[in-house]
Write a protein that binds this ligand. Structure first.
Ligand code: PLP
Length: 390
C-alpha cells in the first residue's frame, strides 16, 4: 500500500486540466473548438535559436554532466540582456541562477524561505503555481486582492499587522497573469519600502516582462534602487522567445536567495542540458528583432480581439500587457457557468477566473494565442449567443 507523505496531501491539482479534457472531448466529437483558455505560445521558436541547438547538440562537451548551477556563458548572457534592456547590473556568478523553467524557482523559493507557521503574501487572482510551493513548505498563504479599481495592484495598507509579523515572502507578477496589468516605478518603490519595513522577501515574477502594448515597456523590479536588497526576479525564455517547451528560466537579484536557489537546484537537476544552455545564450545575445515582432503580433491580436468584443457589446478595458485579456462575465453567470456555456454552445474555451483565486470570480481569461481571424471568430460565436445586447 502506497501512502503519500503529509506534504502531498492537499497539493492542488491543475485546475485547468479538467477544462482541457472537456475541450478535447468536444473536439473529438468533431466540433471546431477554439481554445483560448491556455497560456501556451502558438508560434514556433525562432529558427536561429533552433539552429543553435542543432549545432550544440552535436558538441560532445555537452554530452557530459553540465557544471553544477549551469554554464557561466549563459549567466553572462542573461546579465548582459538585463544591462541592455533595463540598465541593471547583475554579477553573473552570485546574482544569477539558471532554472529548469521559471516554474521550478517559483515553487522552490517557498521551500527555501518558509517554515510552518510563516505566511506568504500571494496575489489574488494569481498564477496558481505560487500556491503549490507554499503548500509544500507547510506554510500559509495570505491573499492580496487585486482589484480593478486599484489597477490590479495590491493594497499593502489593507494587510493586518498581525499577518505582516508572520509574512516572510511575497509574490508579485507584472505584467500580470491573468489580468494583463502592468506595474509602474512608484508601485515598485512602495514595494521595496514595505518589504524592508516588514522584512519580507519579494519574488517578482517577470515571465511576461517583454510584453507591453501601446508603447509601454514594462519595468523590471530590479531597476529600482534597493530591489536587490529585498528580493529576486524570475525571468523565463518561455514567452519572450516561444520556448515554453525548452524549460529555461532564471532567478536574478539578491545574492543570498540566489545562493539558496542554486543549492536546491544542484540537488534536483545539476543543470539543464548544455546544448539548451548554448541555444538559450544565442536567444539572449542575438539581435532581438524576433522579440519586437512577437510583441507587435500580440498587440495586433489584442486590437483585433477588443475590436470584435466592442462589436458584440462585450465591454472591457484593453489589456496593457502579457498575452492575456481579463473579461467580465455577463450578469447571471459565474466564471465557471459562463466558461461552460461558451464551451458547450460556442465551442470556445476560456479560463474561468475562479481558477486564479476568489477575486478572479466574475471574470474569464482569454489568451491571445490564436490568429486574429480565430480570435474574431471566437468572439462572433459568443456574440451569436445574444448575451451582451439589450
Ligand atoms: N509565471 C507566470 C505568471 C506564468 O504564467 C508562467 C507560465 O505560464 C510561468 C511563470 C512559468 O514559466 P516557465 O515556462 O518558465 O516555467
Amino acid at each position: 500500500r502506497i501512502e503519500a507523505a503529509q506534504r502531498m496531501q492537499g497539493l492542488p491539482t491543475q485546475f485547468f486540466a479538467s477544462l482541457v479534457k472537456r475541450a478535447n472531448a468536444k473536439a473529438a466529437e468533431g466540433h471546431d473548438v477554439i481554445n483560448l483558455g491556455q497560456g501556451n505560445p502558438d508560434q514556433p521558436t525562432p529558427p536561429h535559436i533552433v539552429a543553435s541547438l542543432q549545432e550544440s547538440a552535436a558538441n560532445p562537451m555537452y554530452h557530459k554532466y553540465p557544471p553544477f548551477s549551469g554554464y557561466g556563458f549563459l549567466k553572462e548572457a542573461i546579465a548582459t540582456r538585463y544591462k541592455e534592456d533595463y540598465g541593471v547590473y547583475l554579477d553573473p556568478e552570485t546574482e544569477v541562477a539558471i532554472l529548469f523553467g521559471g516554474k521550478t524557482g517559483l515553487v522552490e523559493i517557498s521551500q527555501i524561505l518558509l517554515n510552518p507557521g510563516d505566511t506568504c503574501l500571494v496575489p489574488d487572482p494569481g498564477y496558481p503555481d505560487y500556491w503549490s510551493g507554499v503548500h509544500l513548505a507547510g506554510a500559509e498563504m495570505t491573499f492580496m486582492p487585486l482589484l480593478e479599481k486599484n489597477n490590479y495592484l495590491p493594497d499593502y495598507e489593507a494587510i493586518p499587522t498581525s499577518t505582516l509579523d508572520r509574512a516572510k515572502l511575497m509574490f508579485l507578477n507584472y505584467p500580470n497573469n491573468p489580468t494583463g496589468a502592468i506595474a509602474d516605478e512608484d508601485f515598485y518603490a512602495k514595494t521595496i519600502e514595505f518589504a524592508r519595513k516588514h522584512n519580507i522577501v519579494v519574488a517578482s515574477d517577470f515571465a511576461y516582462g517583454a510584453i507591453g502594448f501601446d508603447g509601454i515597456r514594462p519595468k523590471s523590479f530590479l531597476e529600482l534602487p534597493g530591489a536587490k536588497d529585498v528580493g529576486v526576479e524570475f525571468y523565463t525564455l518561455s514567452k519572450t522567445y516561444n520556448m515554453a517547451g525548452w524549460r529555461v528560466g532564471f532567478a536574478l537579484g539578491n545574492a543570498e536567495v540566489i545562493r539558496l536557489i542554486n543549492l536546491m537546484q544542484d540537488h534536483y537537476y545539476v543543470s539543464l542540458f548544455g546544448g539548451i544552455q548554448a541555444a538559450a545564450a544565442t536567444a539572449l545575445t542575438a539581435p532581438q528583432t524576433c522579440v519586437d515582432e512577437l510583441v507587435a503580433m500580440y498587440e495586433s491580436r489584442r486590437n483585433a480581439l477588443y475590436g470584435a468584443l466592442a462589436r458584440i457589446g462585450w465591454h472591457a478595458s484593453p489589456s496593457p500587457g502579457s498575452f492575456f485579456c481579463w473579461l467580465p462575465v455577463p450578469k447571471g453567470y459565474t466564471s465557471t457557468t459562463f466558461a461552460d456555456l461558451l464551451l458547450e454552445k460556442a465551442h470556445v474555451v476560456v479560463a474561468p477566473g475562479i481558477g486564479f483565486g476568489t477575486h478572479g470570480e466574475g471574470y474569464v481569461r482569454v489568451g491571445l494565442l490564436s490568429s486574429e481571424a480565430r480570435l474574431e471568430e471566437a468572439v462572433e460565436r459568443v456574440g451569436r449567443l445574444g448575451l451582451f445586447k439589450g
